[in-house]
Design a protein around this ligand. Structure first.
Ligand SMILES: O=C(O)c1ccccc1NCC(=O)[C@H](O)[C@H](O)COP(=O)(O)O
Length: 258
């Protein structure tokens, strides 16, 4: 499965990163980090769904999505359209992301930033902090429950929020047992790459109302947004639709029904 390939590569990559910048160097520079932005507050909207707009050059399922890719310009367009948060794919091999994008984007927006990567080692959590993230993604399917609890604890100690991603009921139970507060339901089946909003429809019934719920992947139309709103999600994470849009402003208007 694709996640196994990504995790194998990630382990090798993190090993190299640790050799170049040891963890004690990272920890000692954390006190110089800029103030965090409140990722959770992005979902406390009174009306309509919050949008986490993603900066995504490529993906394992689609290859290159955007050719003339300029993360700074995309972030400016997201900010002009008042995206409640911005997600930045930093994974380099499969998504053509880069760690440097976080800082580039941070300088042109005041929106809270989610680092979208494949976190399998505490090193990456400390690294996310100094790179300029306000929140990190933790994917339940690539972590043990013990790791999930430990990683959330480290993130909280650094003032980072966590978006906990689940694909099915078993993963959701782990997220709830780990007391995760922001839960992302990923609509993409990672075996077939097909997306279906019925994943959100099926899982949301089992999530207490006190949690913040984000629906991720395969959200392309106003109809999709309206449907997810009826289900009671708090926010949506959208990448490819924005990347393929000829005009990002128009795409926001369409999603918001303006
Ligand atoms: O996008 C993929 O093909 C993919 C494959 C394997 C693991 C993760 C993948 N995507 C990460 C994401 O979760 C999406 O980038 C995000 O939810 C936005 O999805 P979309 O709006 O469909 O681009």
């Amino acid at each position: 499965m694709i996640l196994d390939k990504i995790v194998t590569y990630k382990k090798m990559k993190v090993k190299k990163e640790k050799e170049i910048t040891p963890i004690n160097h990272i920890i000692s520079s954390i006190e110089n980090c800029k103030e965090r932005r409140n990722f959770k507050r992005a979902f406390e909207k009174v009306k309509g769904l919050s949008i986490i707009a993603e900066i995504k050059k490529a993906s394992p399922s689609k290859g290159i999505i955007k050719n003339n890719f300029n993360p700074m310009e995309i972030a400016i367009a997201y900010t002009e359209n008042k995206a409640e948060a911005i997600s930045i794919l930093t994974e380099d091999k499969f998504f053509r992301g880069d760690n440097s994008y976080l800082n580039v984007v941070r300088n042109v927006t005041s929106a809270p930033l989610l680092r979208k990567d494949f976190i399998i080692d505490p090193y990456q959590i400390y690294q996310s902090k100094i790179l300029g993230a306000d929140a990190i993604l933790l994917i339940v399917s690539i972590l043990s429950k013990t790791q999930l609890i430990e990683f959330q604890k480290i993130a909280r100690s650094l003032g980072l929020f966590c978006l906990i991603e689940v694909h099915n009921r078993a993963e959701l139970e782990i997220a709830l047992e780990a007391d995760s507060e922001i839960i992302g339901i990923n609509n993409r089946n990672l075996k077939t790459f097909k997306t279906s909003l019925s994943t959100t429809e099926n899982l949301i019934k089992h999530i207490p109302k006190s949690k913040i719920i984000i629906s991720e992947s395969g959200i392309n139309t106003r109809q999709n947004i309206k449907f997810l709103e009826t289900l009671g999600v708090n926010g949506v994470l959208i990448g490819e639709s924005f990347m393929r849009a000829s005009c990002i402003n128009d795409k926001f208007k369409e999603f918001r029904g303006e």
